[in-house]
Design a protein around this ligand. Structure first.
Ligand code: FES
Length: 118
């Protein structure tokens, strides 16, 4: 469900309620994508769900001290910046999140198709 555009971003309404009372890592399906939503220590973050190391599903990861920990080989990614720990030489994508009229929306870059024809 599109809710508007902002430069190269299209803002999509996050389906359902976002629980802001506890910490978790879970899947978020929006705009045909499977993303990962993480809440830890008052930080709410939406990330890509595929680990850049060997493709593990990060929706099965857990969070430690502000880092998402991949369940396969324990690579760690900062949930605010997406950067992997030193030595990993990798990163995950962080998607912007904002409230529009009291409802969370995630910003996803327009595809090349949408840029050309959308
Ligand atoms: S697949 Fe994630 S650390 Fe290897």
């Amino acid at each position: 469900m599109n809710e508007g555009t902002d430069g190269d971003l299209v803002w999509h309404k996050v389906p359902g309620e976002i629980d802001e009372s506890r910490n978790y890592v879970k899947a978020l399906h929006v705009a045909g994508k499977k993303l990962c939503i993480v809440r830890e220590a008052q930080t709410l973050s939406v990330t890509s769900s595929r680990c850049p190391h060997a493709g593990a599903d990060l929706t099965h990861a857990w969070c430690e001290e502000g880092k998402l920990v991949c369940p396969f080989h324990r690579h760690k990614f900062n949930i605010k910046t997406g950067k992997g720990d030193p030595g990993q030489h990798n990163a995950i994508r962080i998607y912007p999140l904002k409230k529009i009229n009291g409802t969370y929306h995630v910003g996803i870059k327009k595809s090349l198709w949408n840029k050309l024809f959308g």
